[in-house]
Design a protein around this ligand. Structure first.
Ligand SMILES: NC(=O)c1ccc[n+]([C@@H]2O[C@H](COP(=O)([O-])OP(=O)(O)OC[C@H]3O[C@@H](n4cnc5c(N)ncnc54)[C@H](O)[C@@H]3O)[C@@H](O)[C@H]2O)c1
Ligand SMILES: [Zn+2]
Length: 360
């Protein structure tokens, strides 16, 4: 796929089991009516803020029913999923019917999970409306809800049948959410090529300002990175685990701070702390760690916690994470840009030491 700043892009996600298209354009959502032709029951699951701001882009007449989801991570829960199951039961949703998820990662994860579990799997279209959801959550088939014990603990692999990324949605995204989404892009860049890292550095101002051309290019590049990894390892048997870079400590922060910070903000902090871990373990050179931290900072992302957080509590939260194997916390760390490695031999003291580097 050629990447150009203003052209609509179509990227095909192809795994061993499935293939589907991701459309990126300023009017991607206009394809919805065609995609829904002949579908008997269409249940839209829509973030309430998105419904308020963008109703004109998806007329209610397109759907049999529209379910609004209260914004916030707490909606990614079993009670909300149960509410949606009742809606599907009431509407007598069958295998050939369709769920349409319109919102950020909370809604696409939740609706994807409900679609993946109802009748052992019905189809859904994903329409991500945040940068985070567009460049990460929308592709790859991971769906989940949270449990009191931790984030994303209840989930299922279930790919959407189509992803429509309509870049007009990003115009109303609060600046904080736009910036938060950039953390995943920096993660993808650090995991893949020096050229992609340099692209962020040279385009930092345009990216931070949400420039349309820069955003189109950023989204397409990120989808391509994620698609390439998922195509090679759909079920996280090996390679896909590199995408957890920044997320072991990131998820722990998210959990311990009770979702006070955005997911992307936690990922930025996770990247800084996990780079410090890699440097202390002699895996990564300090210059690359400093460069990564500077890039995150330039893009407006946090590189220190908003207030002191008990490092032991964060270590404990790392242990509950899905990335633990036989009691050992597993990390995707960098040996250099484009050279990730999975490590599970680090001591508690080393992990706590890395967490200390992001204390304010
Ligand atoms: N499944 C995956 O592979 C995957 C990958 C990355 C993240 N995630 C999950 O995604 C979630 C985070 O997603 P998120 O950052 O999109 O958060 P979110 O869904 O909570 O959305 C953030 C805020 O933006 C608002 N919003 C959404 N679209 C808007 C728009 N166009 N204009 C104005 N406001 C808008 C929402 O109402 C909400 O208040 C986390 O739960 C994370 O675990 C999943
Ligand atoms: Zn993430």
């Amino acid at each position: 796929m050629p990447i150009s700043a203003n052209q609509p892009a179509r990227i095909t996600v192809r795994t061993a089991t499935i293939a589907y298209d991701v459309w990126i354009s300023p009017e991607a959502i206009s394809q919805l009516s065609v995609l829904l032709e002949g579908v008997r029951t269409r249940i839209a699951v829509v973030d309430a803020n998105v419904a308020r701001l963008h109703a004109a882009h998806f007329p209610p007449a397109l759907f049999s029913r529209v379910e609004l989801i209260e914004p916030g991570e707490t909606s990614k829960s079993l009670p909300t999923a149960e509410r949606l199951y009742s809606v599907l039961a009431d509407a007598r949703v069958e295998r050939g019917d369709m769920l349409i998820a319109i919102g950020g990662g909370v809604v696409t994860d939740l609706a994807g999970f409900v679609a993946g579990t109802w009748l052992r799997g019905i189809r859904y279209i994903s329409i991500p409306t945040t940068l985070e959801a567009a460049i990460d959550a929308s592709v790859g088939g991971k769906t989940a809800i949270n449990h009191a014990a931790g984030k994303n603990l209840i989930g299922v692999f279930h790919h959407p049948s189509t992803v429509l990324i309509d870049t007009r949605f990003l115009a109303t995204l609060p600046r904080r959410d736009l910036i938060a989404g950039l953390a995943e892009s920096v993660k993808h860049a650090l995991l893949t090529t020096p050229a992609f890292v340099a692209w962020h550095e040279t385009h930092a101002e345009l990216i931070r300002d949400g420039d349309t051309g820069a955003m189109n290019e950023l989204i397409a590049r990120n989808i391509q990175v994620k698609t390439d990894v998922v195509a090679r390892d759909e079920r996280e048997a090996g390679l896909r685990a590199i995408l957890n870079y920044g997320h072991t400590i990131g998820h722990a922060i998210e959990h311990v701070l009770e979702y006070e910070l955005r997911h992307g903000e936690c990922v930025a902090l996770g990247i800084v702390a996990e780079n410090a871990l890699a440097v202390a373990a002699g895996i990564l050179d300090p210059t690359t760690a400093t460069r990564a931290r500077a890039l995150l900072h330039t893009l407006g992302l946090p590189t220190a916690l908003p207030r002191p957080v008990d490092a032991e509590a964060l270590l404990e939260a790392c242990r509950v994470d899905k990335k633990v194997r036989s009691g050992k916390v597993r990390f995707a760390l960098l040996r250099g840009i484009g050279a990730p490695v999975i490590v599970d031999h680090l001591s508690d003291a080393e992990i706590v030491g890395a967490i200390r580097t992001i204390q304010p």
